[in-house]
Write a protein that binds this ligand. Structure first.
Ligand SMILES: C[S@@+](CC[C@H](N)C(=O)[O-])C[C@H]1O[C@@H](n2cnc3c(N)ncnc32)[C@H](O)[C@@H]1O
Length: 186
């Protein structure tokens, strides 16, 4: 990630309104039955914190990482508004390693950095749950996204095939196209 990219995200997030909203992603909210254990959670590329705050409201001790400090400030503001606590960490996830066996829950929504797949497997504790959802190759029909920013068909299934797959879907409904996974480290 170049300084220019960080600037791009800071500019997008600049302003009082929440560009991605304050409610958690539907895939997370509608599968809250997998979020009953509590413990430590990591929200990768957490943005303005909608998913971090939801996990915190369910009792998780959440660490929210993102490259945009403006986004993380808004995440903290949202946490205050909802009376929950999160820890924000300004991090360039293109060049980061994650601690081994650290998290009971990892969330990654709308972000793709393939080098992190191995780090995610590493940082999950045994029994830990991964929620991953991001744009798929079908999204190229509806956007000017680059190919390297989107998942191939079945890519999440292959990337996490050593985890137990609990739920998986690929959605292609114009103007949206994405893949979603819930998996558990064995
Ligand atoms: C589309 S937003 C998704 C935010 C959040 N996960 C959500 O769904 O609301 C992508 C996020 O990735 C962050 N990001 C982009 N490149 C990054 C990097 N190299 N390291 C950490 N975060 C990065 C951006 O700042 C942005 O918040």
């Amino acid at each position: 990630m170049s300084f220019k990219d960080k600037e791009k995200w800071d500019t997008k997030y600049d302003g009082d309104s929440y560009i991605t909203g304050k409610e958690p992603c539907e895939w997370l909210k509608s599968h809250a039955e997998f979020l009953i254990k509590g413990g430590k959670a990591l929200d990768i590329a957490a943005g303005e914190g909608r998913n971090s705050v939801f996990a915190a409201s369910l009792g998780y001790e959440v660490v929210s990482m993102d490259i945009s400090e403006i986004a993380l400030k808004k995440a903290q503001r949202l946490a205050n508004e909802k009376n929950v606590t999160i820890t924000t960490l300004s991090t360039d996830l293109d060049n980061s390693s994650l601690p081994e066996n650290e998290y009971d829950l990892v969330l990654c929504f709308n972000f793709l950095e393939r080098k992190l797949f191995q780090e995610i497997r590493k940082t999950l504790k045994s029994g830990g749950i991964l929620f991953y959802e991001t744009f798929s190759v079908d999204y190229l029909k509806y956007s000017s996204f680059k190919k390297e920013w989107v998942l191939e068909h079945n890519e999440l299934l292959k990337a996490f095939n050593d985890l137990r797959i609990l739920r998986y879907q690929e959605v292609d409904e114009e103007p949206k196209a994405f893949a979603s996974l819930i998996a558990q480290k064995l």
